[in-house]
Ligand binder design. Structure first.
Ligand SMILES: Cc1cc2nc3c(=O)[nH]c(=O)nc-3n(C[C@H](O)[C@H](O)[C@H](O)COP(=O)(O)O)c2cc1C
Length: 223
């Protein structure tokens, strides 16, 4: 049972926060480029230049074998013709879900610009060279934690983590360019990409790109 005191009046407090308070840049969907990768490049560049905090953080949604979704925040690694790239531990929950059902959704939200981008599509593994380069570029602590190969497992005793990290440290000292088999990176090959420019008057401008095999359909959506 939740403690009532901290939740008291929450509905009113949430309502009082408001939403869509950022500063929306110009967006003319009729003048948008022919492909969503180019428009994404423009939008994330605007977000970086505007000083949006961690604009490369995105929500990755996956689905398990029973069709139940789960979501978490990850870092975007790159965008190119193969799609939107991210790296995961194959043994983690998301890694297992992607192995069983290779479809994902990515969601970006940049409140300072009142912008949201939604990407959905099939995930395809990146070549081993891309995976290795990404892994070896990570900070030492992140590589050590990956080498514990235990992400998303339940635990009760924190000393287990310290012991596994000590072991990983020794492994890395012996083989500094070690890339664990569990480390994989994927690209979401986009099937749909939606660009959403919010408006406080709720006249949001929405543009969806749909892959048609040869190119892209561009479709305006009601707010
Ligand atoms: C800003 C931010 C960035 C993150 N980046 C990554 C990432 O690039 N890769 C990753 O595996 N987890 C990342 N995480 C942690 C994940 O959100 C998540 O907790 C973890 O991957 C376990 O997810 P799972 O149990 O669903 O597999 C990040 C979390 C935050 C808040």
């Amino acid at each position: 049972m939740a403690e009532q005191v901290v939740l008291e009046g929450l509905r009113q407090r949430l309502r009082g926060l408001g939403v869509l308070k950022g500063s929306a840049p110009e967006f003319d969907p009729d003048a948008a480029p022919a492909d969503p990768m180019t428009l994404f490049g423009e939008w994330i560049s605007t977000a970086i230049e505007a000083g949006v905090l961690e604009p490369h953080a995105m929500t990755l949604s996956t689905v398990d074998a029973q069709g139940r979704p789960s979501a978490r925040v990850l870092i975007l690694k790159d965008v190119d013709d193969a799609g939107w790239h991210f790296a995961v531990n194959a043994a983690s929950r998301k890694g297992r879900e992607l192995a069983g059902n290779p479809y994902a959704a990515l969601t970006f939200y940049w409140p300072e610009l009142v912008r949201q981008v939604r990407v959905t599509g099939r995930v395809t593994p990146d070549p081993a060279t891309v995976v290795a380069a990404d892994f070896l570029d990570r900070p030492l602590g992140s590589r050590e934690m990956a080498l514990t190969r235990r992400q998303s497992e339940p635990f009760t005793d924190p000393t287990e983590i310290e012991e596994a990290l000590d072991k990983a440290r020794l492994e890395l000292e012996a083989t500094p360019d070690l890339v664990p088999r569990e480390w994989v990176s994927y690209a979401v090959a986009p099937e749909e990409v939606e660009f959403w420019q919010g408006d406080p008057q709720r006249r949001h401008r929405r543009l969806r790109y749909e892959a048609d095999g040869a190119g892209w359909f561009r479709i305006r959506l009601w707010p």
